[in-house]
Design a protein around this ligand. Structure first.
Ligand code: SF4
Length: 319
């Protein structure tokens, strides 16, 4: 079947989506198998220079306590993750100029000695900075485009343009990173056509992974009164992305996990093959609030074991 924008938009609105879910699950099994990749995520700074309207970390929010982890703390947390079985660590922060490419590069070089793969998720940079961090050993880069609808993008992001975002993603791809994009479900004025554009943009860029998350409003943001996105549409978007891009890595994103662990299980059965587990030390974790979530104290070892057991109970293979 040829998947056009119109076709994807129509499928998103189907009354009974069960056949599409089955197809997505079949394609997932055929192309990426039964393995579920567990990625550690370390949120090392909640400072951000940007003003994204949906995000609790945006620089206009004066209601949060800001923190930065030192290089030593970041490296030590990454080693702890590696020692507890994680094969990849995602180093994530707001766009925080304190961590220059030089500082980040040294962190990456040190962590690479542990043997763990590194995904960076530190926002927009110029081409040379991305190139330098790749040379230092970063394997993957995650930069969600959030919405492919230009007018919506402009409304949500006073500090940047969709064109700049897409250029960053193209640069990341060109440099040989495994490239991660992604978007949100349930943004104000979003339509099925918008979501179809989001999926097609992932394909146009050639993304190797995509985080598709449900919008959850943060009380200290401009979107505080907007309703939460639909988990059902989120799952549908995950399934259609799997069908359109059979080999892509698709996390069961944390915003779904916030809502209901059972929902997360559903996402595994409709196309997802990755899960993120926070390894951010507890004293910082509760301050990294892009959207409100129920979090427990970090116990790297125990949480890894529990997640492996949950994945096994779904007849999938944790890695
Ligand atoms: S979404 Fe990212 S870039 Fe935007 S304000 Fe939040 S942390 Fe900063």
């Amino acid at each position: 079947m040829k998947y056009t924008l119109d076709k994807i938009a129509d499928l998103l609105n189907l009354e009974d989506f069960s056949e599409v879910y089955s197809e997505a699950d079949r394609i997932r099994k055929e192309n990426v198998g039964d393995i579920v990749h567990i990625r550690a995520i370390l949120e090392f700074s909640n400072y951000c220079r940007r003003k994204c309207k949906y995000c609790g970390l945006n620089c206009t929010n004066k209601n949060i306590k800001r923190y930065r982890m030192s290089s030593e703390e970041i490296i030590s947390a990454a080693y702890e993750a590696a020692e507890n079985g994680y094969k990849t660590i995602v180093l994530q922060s707001g766009e925080d100029a304190y961590y220059t490419p030089k500082i980040l590069g040294e962190i990456v070089k040190n962590i690479k000695k542990s043997g763990i793969d590194i995904t960076l998720s530190t926002g927009e940079m110029d081409y040379d900075s991305y190139a330098y961090l790749k040379e230092c050993g970063a394997d993957r880069y995650l930069l969600k485009h959030e919405t492919a609808e230009e007018s919506l993008y402009d409304y949500l992001h006073p500090c940047g343009t969709l064109e700049e975002r897409i250029q960053c993603l193209k640069n990341i791809k060109k440099l040989g990173y495994e490239t991660g994009g992604g978007f949100m479900i349930g943004l104000p004025n979003q339509t099925s056509e918008t979501l179809a554009k989001d999926i097609m943009l992932l394909r146009e860029i050639g993304c190797d992974m995509a985080g598709i998350g449900t919008f959850i409003s943060h009380p200290s943001t401009a979107l505080k009164d907007c309703p939460q996105g639909s988990t059902e549409i989120t799952k549908r978007a995950v399934a259609l992305t799997r069908i359109v891009m059979p080999e892509i890595n698709l996390p069961a994103t944390t915003s779904l996990g916030v809502i209901d662990i059972k929902e997360k299980n559903d996402v595994f059965s409709c196309g997802a093959n990755v899960i993120m587990q926070k390894v951010t030390p507890s004293k910082y974790k509760f301050l990294y609030e892009i959207y409100p979530s129920k979090l427990s104290e970090t116990d790297v070892k125990l949480q890894r074991i529990n997640l492996e057991n949950q994945i096994k109970s779904l007849n999938r293979i944790p890695l």
